[in-house]
Design a protein around this ligand. Structure first.
Ligand code: SF4
Ligand code: SF4
Length: 389
């Protein structure tokens, strides 16, 4: 487990240029320098020098961060803020009463037990896993479906409906949470626990790609190799190339031979989750849709303001950021707001509630595609699902 002092060089790399202020969504709302990386680095530098203590006040500001990574993208010193803040948060909270309560709530007995229970009684029925014709180009996909799909498998159902037209096998394993909530709250022990468990399952499976439909799960799985190297021998940690793709990216890469026809013309806009590495799939995928007009919203790649624990600990700031996002979406006149992360769906709903505006349909892009009629590209006839194994 890394310690704050391991990041002393990175913290010192901050030149105090203040560029992070121009992009930080929390700074834009609060105007408080302690809310942005620069201010936090000043405090953490003071801690490392022994001038300050990691106390409640510093913890409050560490919690005042969406972990959106926007400041890292703009930082001339390229400092990985999230890892530093998570480690500082871990050191702040580990011996406090509230830190112990949080750990208990996130433990495998409470949080893990809840997920185990809900997997047995999801709010809607998940669809069956399938394997399709094993012809040329047959692809094995290890599906990491994420906690939200365990509770409410709407995106999972949509994904399986669309993927039934592909020459693929979807392999499922009893994965734990990807660990992002634990990482963000500084609960490093719990994060290491779920990471180890998930890596064992991945290690014991033969597949071509790991498939997700959640940008947060995708980025956390990709980040497994960056945390505590050496705790397992899996290639994800050794830095070998294990391809982790989101469902939309995979569809575009497959050069699909079908299209999505919507009955009536609809306008859509897209919110890019902070954890989504790139959205290159968006336009090619929408080009496969008939009767769909795409309108880009202002700051479409800026955080929705939700960020899990952030929304609970900073409700006013969270609502203010979400509200601005909703207003940007309203300005497009879109009927649908598409995204690729269930937490962002919640953030967008929060924004519309805060803005008092009529809420358009908000959903994962995969769910949106599943509403359409799936037609063969050449014949225009309904596309037939691939032959079952
Ligand atoms: S942009 Fe980077 S170097 Fe500049 S103040 Fe922010 S954290 Fe420091
Ligand atoms: S990660 Fe996002 S919210 Fe946190 S300091 Fe950087 S820009 Fe601000």
């Amino acid at each position: 487990m890394k310690k704050l002092e391991d990041f002393a060089d990175d913290i010192n790399k901050c030149s105090k240029c203040g560029l992070c202020q121009s992009v930080c969504p929390v700074y834009k709302i609060t105007g408080n320098d302690c809310a942005v990386s620069r201010g936090k680095f000043v405090m953490l530098d003071g801690v490392l020098k022994g001038d300050l203590k990691l106390n409640k006040n510093i913890e409050k500001y560490l919690d005042m961060c969406l972990k959106c990574g926007k400041c890292k993208d703009f930082c001339p010193s390229n400092i990985d803020v999230c890892e530093i803040f998570n480690t500082a948060k871990y050191e702040c909270a580990k011996n406090t009463f509230h830190g112990k309560v949080e750990k208990f709530l996130e433990s495998k007995w409470v949080f893990g037990g809840f997920i185990k229970f809900i997997k047995k009684f999801p709010l809607i029925r998940p669809s069956d896993t399938f394997s399709r014709h094993r012809g040329e180009g047959y692809v094995k996909l290890l599906y990491f479906k994420g906690c939200v799909n365990n509770v409410y498998p709407k995106t999972e159902r949509a994904l399986k409906k669309i993927f039934s037209h592909l020459n693929v096998e979807i392999i499922e394993r009893d994965f734990d949470c990807c660990g992002l909530p634990f990482l963000s709250s500084g609960n490093m022990e719990r994060f290491e626990e779920v990471k180890k468990y998930n890596l064992e399952l991945i290690n014991n499976c033969h597949f071509d790609y790991i498939l997700t439909d959640c940008a947060s799960c995708e980025s956390t799985l990709k980040g497994y190799k960056n945390h505590s190297p050496g705790t397992t021998s899996h290639p994800l940690q050794q830095g070998a190339r294990v391809k982790i793709l989101n469902a939309a990216e995979f569809l575009v890469g497959q050069n699909i031979k079908f299209k999505f026809k919507f009955k009536k013309p609809v306008k859509v806009t897209f919110h890019k989750p902070c954890h989504l590495e790139n959205d290159d799939f968006l336009k090619p995928l929408l080009e496969k849709c008939e009767n769909v007009e795409y309108i880009e919203m202002k700051d479409y790649d800026e955080c929705c303001g939700f960020a899990g624990e952030f929304a609970i600990k900073n409700p006013k700031i969270s609502r203010a950021i979400s509200k601005q996002k909703a207003l940007n979406a309203v300005a497009t006149g879109a009927d649908y707001i598409l995204t690729t992360c269930p937490a962002c769906v919640m953030g967008l709903y929060q924004g519309f509630l805060a803005a008092g505006k009529k809420t358009p349909k908000i959903m994962n892009i995969i769910e949106f595609l599943s509403i359409a009629e799936i037609l063969d590209l050449q014949s225009n006839a309904p596309a037939k699902p691939a032959v079952k194994d």
